[in-house]
Design a protein around this ligand. Sequence first.
Ligand SMILES: [Zn+2]
Length: 273
Amino acid sequence: MKKYSFVVSCIVFALSITGCTTNTLTHRSELSLVSDQEVITTSASQYKQFLSTNKVISPNSSSKDAAVVTKVSKRIIAAVQKYYADLGRTDELSDYSWEINTVVSNEANAWCMPGGKIVVYTGILPITQNEAALAVVIGHEVTHALAKHGKERMSQALLQQLGGQALSMAIANKPKETQALYGSAYGLGSQYGIMLPFSRQNEYEADKYGLVFTALAGYDPHEAINFWHRMEQMAGGQKPPEFASTHPSDANRIAQLQSVMDETVAKYYKPQH
Ligand SMILES: [Zn+2]
């Protein structure tokens, strides 16, 4: 955001529109100019559209790739449900209708849309190499959804581009722009020609809670370090678009992961095979 600091915009818009909400997972106040319901409904239709235009491996096939993606995703989802249940906040997941799909693509990518719509591209599997690292990736992506980072990016972009016009008016008057912003906020940017990268703060949050869900799912979170080292080795080559679009260098994120590793392991890790 160029013109306004986040805090100022929160104060200004809390007075006039939806304002800010405090996220259960991150405990951080986020700019929120779009309703959850709106985001989840739009996600569901965009997810459907994505699946219809990409090569999805049928869950009934004998594909080992799809099987491992489904297995690991289910364990991450169970970990998320446990985490929210322990907080007494299961109600927050009531709008979630989880879906897991594996897409055949050389692109090393993965994402999770609000409402729990997961996609893993086969191109990331040679880098994850094992279930624990795949759990790190899926945990990271699921955190973006739970932390409502896409909604935050979209809200910030709306604020910047539409100059504070109420969202309901923006959607009514500028459907193309709001739809494009939506797509870009959720990492489908290349389809829409613009990209709203997650911020450094968003990435750290996704890494941190992704690690928590990995541990809770019974996978060794230390594998996150190995995974990011493998990512680092890919530097210069094609990096996953979602990861590539982010600010923290691999070295910085490894240092940050290491700083929360011991606590995460002590608090959440119960090995499971
Ligand atoms: Zn990310």
